[in-house]
Design a protein around this ligand. Structure first.
Ligand SMILES: Nc1ncnc2c1ncn2[C@@H]1O[C@H](COP(=O)(O)OP(=O)(O)O)[C@@H](O)[C@H]1O
Ligand SMILES: [Mg+2]
Length: 353
């Protein structure tokens, strides 16, 4: 039980010798068990923390509990890791004041705690934003739909009546603007309120086919080559098919935009969508393109909501945040890097079990 716990567990005896250390602790620090067991715990404490920690351990040996003790834990290969510990006496025989046999310390990796806290904060912010956005979008939807439909109708009518082209153009812009607001508000709701639908058995090959089919007109127009590479051995995974399609559609849309905005207009644009078995327990969805790629500075920002480098009206900066939200809901991971095609590669790794 101790051994397989997620928490870091350390036991020391009355003479400060380490008598227990579990696997989580060894994994985090990179030390072997034989390098730790039997050693004096004070050897692992940096000099600036020595006084503070020795007094916490000494107090535990006298029967007191200490919580929220922060320790810069040394590791074998990297620098120290920030951890937070509770230190408690064990083996007190009989009533208060009995002898303490040993001290046990239970710790957590601080960076893990911080990541969880951030997730909670983000979830809360999104919940509020989601309610608000859903309400606003609901109100906007009907009038905006009327505007686009009537604008289209009038464009056709004026065209057939031979009206002045500048007037027709103005009307067309009214329709296009309304459509832009519609698209943005739908993205906003998608981002803020990802539908929490049940996971079901999903055939990834079908998801890829469905997502790619939306881009067929681009291929037919001949501007961009879209290559699809699906591993026939792909397992069925538990997921929400519609959401995975959304992931691919957003990534492919970005790839297409990247190619359209590429410096090198002569070279044929290329997008490669790949679905493969990544490991026995994970699958990979990958979208690579031959655009300009993402600069290293931008790599940290592109998953932030509303970050966009696209001209007004083309980008909302919500595509990748939506993608990341969906991937996280599927307990997966997304990374961005350079592709062999010269542009960007987005890799989504999903658990297959
Ligand atoms: N395939 C890609 N190649 C180059 N840059 C990309 C790619 N995908 C995304 N980006 C960058 O990330 C930004 C954010 O993307 P996204 O969240 O989808 O918002 P949007 O597409 O509306 O701008 C884009 O504006 C672009 O700068
Ligand atoms: Mg986008």
């Amino acid at each position: 039980l101790l051994e397989s716990a997620n928490a870091l567990i350390l036991g020391i005896d009355r003479s400060w010798r380490i008598t227990v250390c579990n696997r989580a602790l060894l994994e985090l620090t990179g030390f072997g068990r034989d390098e730790i067991l039997g050693r004096d715990v004070r050897d692992f404490i940096s000099s600036d923390q020595r006084q503070y920690l020795t007094s916490a351990f000494a107090a535990a040996l006298l029967g007191q509990h200490h919580t929220a003790v922060t320790v810069a834990l040394p590791t074998r290969h990297d620098g120290p890791v920030r951890t937070v510990w509770s230190i408690a006496p064990v083996g007190r025989v009989g009533a208060v004041g009995g002898p303490v046999d040993a001290v046990v310390a239970i710790g957590q990796d601080q960076s893990k705690i911080e990541a969880l806290q951030q997730q909670v904060v983000r979830a809360e912010r999104l919940a509020t934003l989601g309610e608000l956005a859903a309400g606003v979008v609901h109100e906007l939807n009907n009038p905006l739909t009327s505007i686009t439909v009537y604008a289209e109708y009038l464009v056709r009518k004026l065209e057939s009546q031979g009206a002045e082209p500048p007037d027709i153009e103005k009307l067309r812009r009214i329709g296009a603007s309304a459509q832009r607001i519609l698209r943005f508000s739908r993205d906003l709701v998608q981002y803020a309120r990802p539908s929490g639908r049940e996971h079901e058995s999903v055939d990834l090959a079908a998801v890829v086919r469905q997502s790619v089919s939306i881009f067929e007109h681009l291929v037919e127009r001949g501007g961009i080559e879209l290559v699809v590479d699906v591993d026939p051995e792909l397992p069925v995974i538990q997921a929400v098919a519609g959401q995975l399609e959304q992931v691919l559609i957003n990534l492919i849309t970005n790839a297409v935009h990247a190619i359209e905005g590429s410096d090198n207009k002569d070279k044929a644009g290329r997008v490669v969508v790949r679905a493969a078995v990544e490991s026995p327990s994970t699958v990979l969805l990958e979208v690579a393109d031959s655009g300009n790629g993402v600069t290293e500075q931008d790599q940290a920002k592109i998953f932030e909501p509303f970050f966009t480098t696209k001209p007004d009206g083309k980008g909302t900066g919500l595509g990748l945040p939506i993608v990341r939200g969906i991937v996280e809901q599927h307990r997966g991971e997304i990374t961005v890097g350079r592709s062999d095609l010269g542009g960007a590669t987005f890799r989504v790794i999903l658990p297959a079990l």
